[in-house]
Design a protein around this ligand. Structure first.
Ligand SMILES: *Cc1c(COP(=O)(O)O)cnc(C)c1O
Length: 236
């Protein structure tokens, strides 16, 4: 039913146009930015519509929803890459290992330890991002920025985890430009950590920016943005 999902195609066109503009402002190409289409609360039909329009990276914030969708789609759409972008409880790690391309939300050592253990058991190396709480909002998960370096250093001990970058969820603001300072701090940390551990870690992803602020995030160096509402509309 492509016709009934035309708005998804139109929204994707708009988002890609905005990505290209913001990328150009930071001296990069649109192709250097990975769009994660965030499908939480949306059904399989919407995922398949986006798939038909070329999308391959999907973000979910809940383990159960991710695994349900993975199980339904895996056979016929094995090239989908699933991203766990929401808070991950230690006791749920076992359900997503082997199903998740990238875990964006590693923010405690106990969680890292469990991911490492389960990944070892599955004989894989799990790619992860370290989630930072740069805004300092109490409601947000993430490592305080001043502890980012030492946290990443501890992660080096886990042989079945590969730290691929950093992630943050910025505050909700009316104008995404208001979050530029936060995004800029993230980029500086990303560069510092990369430099410090260049022999041990290959960070590739700076995951920041959602519907309200992905353009601001890209202007400050994001190369992975997570957009839901801007593609699929309001969640109810
Ligand atoms: C829901 C969610 C998004 C997408 O939010 P939108 O405002 O709908 O684009 C991005 N990142 C995380 C961690 C989310 O939970």
């Amino acid at each position: 039913m492509i016709g009934e999902n035309n708005y998804i195609k139109e929204n994707l066109n708009t988002v890609y146009g905005n990505i290209a503009k913001a990328a150009a402002e930071s001296g990069r190409k649109a192709e250097e930015i990975t769009l994660i289409t965030v499908t939480k609360t949306f059904g399989i039909d919407k995922i398949l519509a986006a798939y038909g329009f070329g999308e391959r990276n999907y973000g979910e914030n809940r383990v159960q929803e991710l695994t349900e969708k993975y199980d339904l789609l895996q056979n016929q759409h094995a090239d989908i890459k699933w991203h766990l972008i929401g808070h991950l409880q230690t006791n749920k790690v076992k359900y997503i290992i082997g199903k998740t391309k990238l875990i964006h939300s590693v923010e405690s050592l106990s969680l890292a330890e469990e991911i490492n253990k389960r990944a070892a058991k599955a004989e894989i190396v799990q790619d992860v991002l370290v989630e930072l709480n740069v805004s300092g909002e109490e409601s947000k998960f993430g490592i305080p920025p001043q502890n980012a370096m030492s946290f990443v250093e501890k992660m080096l001990e886990y042989k079945n985890i590969a730290v691929k970058g950093l992630m943050t969820v910025a505050p909700f603001v009316e104008d995404g430009e208001e979050n530029r300072e936060i995004f800029s701090k993230m980029r500086k940390l990303y560069i510092d950590i990369n430099r410090n551990y260049k022999d041990n870690i290959h960070m590739e992803y700076l995951s920041m920016g959602m519907t309200g602020d992905y353009e601001a995030a890209i202007k400050e160096g994001a190369n992975m943005v997570r957009v839901g509402t801007g593609i699929f509309g309001k969640r109810y």
